[in-house]
Ligand binder design. Structure first.
Ligand code: NDP
Length: 286
């Protein structure tokens, strides 16, 4: 099989370059998109994500406002900060880096974010908009998956897409987006019976399970498109996905690697959401 490896890094760079131009246009209208990132506690992985987000903002010409708070910060202090940022017209996007410390109610904090500034797309208003086909901010990783497919010229309409995973962050929203693109969608999860039989029928597989090398080539139909959302570590501590790349590559027509597939798209789509939010809100001065 002449398999095409989808280069998520390259596609993400292209998106960020396009956004650079959009930011320049907004700046001509005296609008500089601004992203506020709230990080509570000293989770090393979260710190890496937050730094990458700051760098991406700089690259596309946006402002970033960083709030790095100690782990013992109270829920009320975070809610008050979100309220302040909701009312700050230099801030067009607000992102609360998850997970939060255990003494905080994540849902309560997400609910506090102005849906127009909810660039993670986690607010129930944006989730609801997605499910009934209204405009809204779509969460970044699922939006990145769709963008990867489209920019790789993979037709989605009429295709049987099997999504493995039903989380609120990946599985469910990506399923809704695929449906919006007119795919026939099957959602699988830990209680799915005969997963292999279902997978064998897929034209496009989206793996969002969180288990190292869970999907192998023998489970798939030749010519399938494989999108691996997973970010795991293998037995040697090496970054790997939910898909066994080697065996799946031999049957797939297209496949995403880990790293360098879906991962870089998440940040690119976050920048996209910030620019969209700034465009929708307008008004803030440079
Ligand atoms: P969750 O743990 O929230 O969800 C995992 C899903 O997989 C659940 O719906 C679960 O089913 C299902 N599942 C678990 N075991 C099985 C099984 N044996 N058979 C079928 N389904 C199963 O994970 P997330 O959705 O948050 O993340 C999934 C992966 O994507 C992770 O590796 C994560 O690190 C990665 N990720 C990557 C991002 C990126 O930027 N590339 C962003 C976000 C996540 P059930 O609901 O029944 O428990």
């Amino acid at each position: 099989m002449n398999t095409q490896i989808i280069d998520g890094k390259l596609i993400a760079e292209t998106i960020k370059s396009e956004l650079k131009n959009k930011v320049l246009t907004l700046k001509e209208q005296s609008i500089t998109p601004g992203l506020a990132v709230i990080l509570v506690g000293e989770n090393p992985a979260s710190q890496v994500y937050v730094n990458n987000k700051k760098k991406a903002c700089e690259y596309v010409g946006m402002k970033s406002f960083s709030y790095e708070l100690p782990a013992q910060t109270s829920e009320k202090e975070v809610l008050d900060l979100v309220e302040t940022l909701n009312n700050d017209n230099h801030v067009h996007g607000i992102l609360v880096q998850l997970p939060l410390p255990k003494h905080m109610d994540e849902q309560k904090i997400i609910l506090k974010i102005d849906p127009a500034k909810d660039v993670d797309g986690f607010h129930p208003q944006n989730v609801g908009a997605l499910s009934i086909g209204l405009e809204g901010l779509v969460s970044c990783t699922p939006a990145g998956v769709i963008e990867l497919l489209k920019r790789s010229e993979i037709e989605i309409a009429g295709k049987h897409c099997v999504v493995v995973g039903r989380s609120n962050i990946v599985g469910k929203p990506v399923s809704l987006l695929l449906l919006r693109e007119h795919a026939t969608v099957t959602i699988c999860h830990s209680r799915t019976k005969n997963l292999e039989t279902v997978l064998k029928q897929a034209d496009i597989v989206i793996a969002a399970v969180g288990i190292t090398k869970f999907i192998t080539g023998s489970m798939l139909k030749p010519g399938v498109v494989v999108i691996d959302v997973g970010i795991n570590r293998d037995e040697n501590g090496k970054l790997c996905g939910d898909v066994d790349f080697k065996s799946c590559q031999s049957v797939a027509s297209h496949i995403t690697p880990v790293p360098g597939g879906v991962g870089p798209m998440t940040i690119a789509m976050l920048m996209h959401n910030c620019v969209l939010a700034a465009t929708n809100q307008g008004g803030a001065s440079n």
